[in-house]
Design a protein around this ligand. Structure first.
Ligand code: ZN
Length: 117
């Protein structure tokens, strides 16, 4: 992979990581037990609060999984493997990497994997 697109991807990856870390902090706050925080809940009913908490937990799980992908991509950078599909070893298109810098697979391998599931 050339230096310039690589730098672009790395910047996109860092931005995504910062975004996820911030999101995780916010979600951790929203996902705290409702019972301890009756006053802050205010007029929102307990049922709503619980529902919000569950949503926050689900989002948190998703963000943590995505962060794991980002860390995996960082590892690939350090091993000069970044940008190569883990399925077919071809270079993943730059457009795809910039849109989703934590992509492990090229579009072909990704859609093949989705069809078999
Ligand atoms: Zn592939």
């Amino acid at each position: 992979m050339d230096d310039q697109p690589q730098a672009q991807c790395q910047a996109a990856l860092q931005a995504l990581k910062a975004e996820l870390n911030e999101e995780i902090i916010n979600l951790e706050l929203s996902a705290q037990p409702v019972i301890l925080d009756q006053q802050a809940v205010g007029r929102v009913s307990r049922g709503d609060a619980l529902q919000q908490q569950n949503m926050a937990l689900a989002n948190l799980e998703q963000c943590r999984r995505r962060l794991h992908e980002v860390l995996h991509a960082e590892l690939k950078f350090s091993e000069a493997e970044y940008g190569y599909c883990e399925g077919c070893d071809k270079l993943i298109s730059l457009a795809r990497l910039l849109a989703r810098p934590d992509s492990r697979f090229c579009l072909d391998c990704q859609s093949a994997a989705e069809q078999t599931h």
